[in-house]
Design a binder for this molecule. Structure first.
Ligand SMILES: [Mg+2]
Length: 261
């Protein structure tokens, strides 16, 4: 470059810097200058991790609040976040908080003496945890495989969700009729009852267990038609709780791993 050309180049760069025109010289400090090995500063890595945690927390809260459209898997970039949430203290605390509130509500009620006051419980991710299964499937990262999940169900070893067991025992002691509404098929009734019993739940011979693959609202309506008053409902999906024939109060447990419409 001759002297005049070099001077003009310097002038152009100066003008660009002075007037902030669209030359993105400082958009990404890791691109310019470009060393052979790019080392991100620790603070920048920390910022990226914090931002990702906030984004994934935001996604989880939106999922819990039913603000997302139907979804089939968790966001791929939230895989590690979801693992930490599900296996860490946060998920346990979230379960405990909901069950404590539900328990306070149940204790506050005066039941009729006709034995028709009822409490509805969902089973999966409500009374029993399928966390061991989902741990092997990316905590919601894999597409749901009904055949594989069914094999897991048949093992009958889903562990108890302790805060739910505490609530279950409390509403039983208070005199509620317990009604189990589950998406599990009728042909899984025996293994489910055995699993529940082994997990610590007392299942009465006359307790209602209704399969609700189609619509839980319809099943609740059947329960109400039988004369029951549904005062409480505990589930992990909005489809357990919303719709028609809803309970006087519904309690939503955390479950960011899957969505059932
Ligand atoms: Mg469930």
């Amino acid at each position: 470059m001759d002297f005049i050309g070099y001077t003009m180049f310097l002038c152009l760069v100066s003008i660009a810097l002075c007037y902030d025109i669209d030359i993105d010289l400082d958009l990404d400090p890791d691109l310019l200058p470009r060393p052979l090995i790019v080392e991100f500063p620790d603070t920048r890595l920390k910022n990226i991790t914090e931002e990702l945690n906030m984004q994934c927390t935001s996604w989880r809260v939106a999922a819990e609040a039913n603000n997302l459209g139907p979804w089939k898997t968790i966001p791929r970039e939230c895989a590690e976040y979801m693992k930490e949430y599900m296996l860490g203290r946060s998920y346990k605390i979230d379960l405990e908080t909901v069950s404590k509130e539900a328990e306070a509500y149940a204790n506050s009620l005066e039941l009729e003496e006709d034995g028709m006051d009822a409490w509805v419980f969902d089973i999966d991710e409500t009374l029993l945890s399928n966390l061991p299964y989902y741990a092997d499937h990316g905590f919601g990262l894999d597409f749901f495989d009904s055949a594989q999940f069914d094999r897991w169900i048949l093992e009958g070893v889903a562990p108890v969700i302790k805060p739910s067991l505490k609530l279950y025992e409390n509403v039983l002691r208070l005199g509620f009729k317990i009604i189990l509404l589950t998406g599990r098929g009728e042909n899984r009734r025996n293994v489910t009852i055995t699993n529940l019993t082994n997990a610590g739940y007392v299942i009465g011979e006359n307790d209602h267990e209704k399969s609700a693959i189609a619509f839980k609202s319809e099943k609740r309506e059947e329960v109400i038609d039988e004369g029951f008053r549904i005062l409480g409902n505990l589930g992990d999906q909005w489809s357990d709780l919303a719709g028609t024939s809803i309970a006087s109060r519904s309690f939503k447990l955390s479950n960011p791993m899957y969505y059932i419409p």
